[in-house]
Design a protein around this ligand. Sequence first.
Ligand SMILES: [Fe+2]
Length: 446
Amino acid sequence: MKYKSQKVAYWFFALSMLLLVLQIIYGFIMGFARIGLDGLHEFIPFNTARAVHTNLLVVWLLSGFMGAAYYIIPEEAQRELVNVKWAYVQLISLALVGVAAVIGFHFNIWEGRKFLEIPRPLDYLVVANVLLFLGLILTTLFKSKRRTTTSLVLSMGLLFAALLYLPGMIPFDSQVLDSFFRWWVVHLWVEGVWLLIMGGILSFLLIKITGVDREVIEKWLYVIIGLTFLSGILGTGHHYYYIGVNKIWIIVGGIFSALEPLALLAMALFAVNMYRKGEKKHPNKIALLWTLGSAIVAFIGAGLLGFAHTLPQVNLYTHGTLITGMHAHLAFWGAYAMIVFAIISYALPNLTGRKFYDSSRGRMAFWLSNIGMFGMTIAFGVAGVAQVYLERKFSMDFMEVQKEVSIHFVVLIILATLFTFGVSLYIVEFIKHGRPTDEALETLDS
Ligand SMILES: [Fe+2]
């Protein structure tokens, strides 16, 4: 039994794909600038491209999470969304706010706060948008008699993500205080509450795809959430080592960051074990690939590569270098981009009635984008290690070092091209599914 209001999810996914394409374009602008091909410098200098690249990432992932919620919540709550019209209003306003922020960046309308460059006045619109979204999701849940652990974890993740946006809006004169609370948003999002969102989506997908009992899967979900909070909250300390706060954070941040990979390891083991236990009967192999892939790549990118530079002794040298870029690319790709790709791959055939469950294009999209992204990660890592030694150990001038490592960006661009080819195949598959229809939802049996 499916619900017609789930169709709105499709448009959030479509917005996601559109903004992802833009994000990749800005990534290439930066890659080329790194090797001296900076023809767009007058219009799009590196710092603008960087802010656009990271902010677009956040907006397309949020759009993907929202789409996931609009798809999952009605199904879990076993009722239609309380108001579909407002969900479309929310979609359009999300797109407008995102686009307005990005256009503003090109005219230097932004705040120099890394990852939170959206100007404060626009933040109020973000808040209004998210409140509308949460209102729709939570009332749907409250009006239903069926509240599953999966739907609660997903909506708690979304609710906490919204609440944590607020500390980032407090104005401070002190750079230290500003940094301190900025990380409440950035770190506690990606290493805290976003993992609840990921866990909720993962749990939903595993229940549907593996056929393992809900009770078993949801019990694991509790363990993962426990581990995430245990390590992730105080793990915020790895951003506080050398910003001017109390030295206690060096110890707290070091210890709790070292525990963070455990939550991600649990997540990967969870996904793989549920697949092994399951009946392996579900025909949607592409969705399965992205689901398991997400849990495994998240462990490598977020867990292992994160740990590679959270020890204070290491971070002293790697802080703010390309080592961060190495970790960030594979972490965001594995944990968040791939889980969005997974829910889209699962939802699209159900919404549109076109069953591209196991197409070779779909498989190619998965492998090429992943090989490309792993290669990019290695290129970032090699450039980053070289940068750390030359700049931080041997005190070479910053720009001199950038020149020395620019060759690695040639490699990076080649692998980014492979990655983009994979993503393009995924988008072709997305478009080939066509639009969602009522008939597709009515005739669905699972
Ligand atoms: Fe962090």
